[in-house]
Design a protein around this ligand. Structure first.
Ligand code: PMP
Length: 353
C-alpha cells in the first residue's frame, strides 16, 4: 500500500499537479557539501571500480570504533534495506517466523513473506503510547521464531523505547535463544540524543547513512554482526550487489567525521517540526507525541483510505495507516518539507477533518 501511494502521486505529478509530499520516508535536508565533494574527487581519481564485498576497510574500522567491535563485525550494504533483507534471508527458511512490533515499517513483513516465512505481528496501542506488552511479546515466540525486529525510533510512530524497554526485549530474546535485529535507521534523530548502540552477542545492528545525513539515494547502509555472519553476508553481497560504490563509501567516511554535528542539527529541525505538527493537529486528532525523527502517526475518527484520497486531491499526500499494520484509522504524516509548506499542509489536514 505504501508503494502504491507513491505510484499514484507520480502519476498526478506527471499531469502537472503540485503535491506536498508528506508521504515520503526521507528527510528534506541535503548531505554536507564536503561529503558531496569527496564523491566528485573520488570519481576523478578513478575510485569507481569493483571492490571488497565487505566494504572499504577504513569505513568499517571507523564504524567498528563507534559500535565497540572489530572491523570484521561490519559489512557495508546497499542501504540498510538490503542489510535487513540479506540477514533475514541467511536465517529464515519456509515456516520460520519473525516477530515485529506493530505499527511497523512495511518492508519487514514483505521481506519475510518473500522468503517464504511469516511475520508475527504484536500490535501496540496508541492509547498506551505504543508501550511494549512484554508478556504478549514473549508468548508470540515459538520454536520457529528466528528474530524479533526492534525498530526504535519506529517508522511510522516515531516512538523511541527507553533503554530499559529495549534491554527487556533483548533479554527476552536471549532467554529464548533468538536474535534481536535492531533497525537503528532513526536512532540519531532521537530528541534525547542517544549514545551509539554497542555490539552485543544476540544483537544484529542494522544502520544507514540515509536519514541522518540525507543520503537516501546513495544506498549506503551497514550491519554489525558476529564475525561468522559477517562472512556469510559478504559472500551473499559477492554474488548479488558486489559492493556499494567506493566513491560513496569514501564519502561516508567524511560524513561519519561530522556525525555528532550533523545529527544535532537534524534533531533541532525534527523537534521543531514535531512541535509544530503537534500544535496544529491536537485540535482535531489524537496521537502519541513523537520522540524522534520526522513521522507522526495520528488517529482519525474514521477509516482513512477515503480521507487520504480526498487529501491527495487537495494536494497533500500522506500514507494510510493500513500500510503499517492493523491501523486503519491512522495516517502517517512525514514532516519532511520546510516549515512554511508544512504548516499549510497540516492546516489543510485539520481543515479537511
Ligand atoms: N528501516 C526503516 C525503519 C526505514 O524506514 C527505512 C527507509 N524508509 C529503512 C530501514 C531503509 O533505509 P535505507 O535502505 O535507505 O538504508
Amino acid at each position: 500500500m505504501l508503494y502504491e501511494t507513491f505510484e499514484k502521486i507520480y502519476a498526478l505529478e506527471k499531469q502537472g499537479k503540485e503535491i506536498t509530499k508528506l508521504n515520503v520516508g526521507e528527510p528534506d535536508w541535503r548531505p554536507p557539501a564536503n561529503v558531496i565533494q569527496v564523491v566528485c574527487d573520488a570519481l576523478r581519481k578513478g575510485k569507481d571500480k569493483y571492490s571488497s564485498s565487505a566494504g572499504v576497510y577504513e569505513l568499517r574500522e571507523k564504524l567498528a570504533e563507534l559500535h565497540g567491535c572489530n572491523a570484521k563485525n561490519i559489512v557495508i550494504t546497499t542501504g540498510s534495506k538490503w542489510g535487513i533483507y540479506a540477514l533475514l534471508s541467511l536465517h529464515m527458511r519456509a515456516g520460520d517466523n519473525t516477530i515485529v512490533l506493530s505499527p511497523h515499517w512495511t518492508a519487514y513483513d514483505l521481506i519475510c513473506k518473500q522468503l517464504g516465512g511469516q511475520t508475527k505481528i504484536v500490535d501496540l496501542k496508541m492509547e498506551n503510547k505504543f508501550a511494549i506488552d512484554f508478556n504478549k511479546l514473549e508468548s508470540a515466540i515459538d520454536s520457529n521464531t528466528k528474530f524479533i525486529i526492534l525498530n526504535s525510533p519506529c517508522n511510522p510512530t516515531s516512538k523511541a523505547w527507553s533503554e530499559g524497554e529495549e534491554q527487556e526485549v533483548i533479554s527476552i530474546a536471549r532467554k529464548k535463544g533468538i536474535i534481536v535485529l535492531v533497525d537503528d535507521a532513526y536512532r540519531d534523530l532521537c530528541f534525547d540524543a542517544r549514545k551509539e548502540r554497542k555490539f552485543e552477542d544476540n544483537l544484529f545492528i542494522v544502520n544507514t547513512f540515509s536519514k541522518t545525513f540525507g543520503m537516501t539515494g546513495w544506498r549506503v547502509g551497514y550491519v554489525v554482526v558476529p564475525e561468522d555472519i559477517a562472512k556469510r553476508l559478504t559472500s551473499l553481497n559477492n554474488i548479488t550487489t558486489t559492493n556499494v560504490p567506493v566513491f560513496l563509501q569514501l564519502a561516508a567516511i567524511k560524513a561519519l567525521e561530522q556525525k555528532t554535528k550533523v545529527a544535532a542539527k537534524a534533531r533541532v529541525v525534527c523537534k521543531k517540526r514535531a512541535e509544530l505538527a503537534s500544535n496544529i493537529l491536537n485540535k482535531k486528532l489524537t496521537f502519541s507525541k513523537p520522540d524522534a525523527g520526522f513521522y507522526i502517526f495520528p488517529k482519525l475518527p474514521v477509516e482513512t483510505i477515503n480521507f487520504v484520497n480526498k487529501l491527495l486531491d487537495s494536494g497533500v499526500a500522506v500514507v494510510p495507516g493500513a500500510a503499517f499494520g492493523n491501523y486503519n484509522q491512522h495516517i502517517r504524516i512525514s514532516l519532511s518539507v520546510d516549515e512554511k509548506k508544512l504548516r499549510l499542509a497540516l492546516e489543510k489536514i485539520a481543515e479537511l477533518l
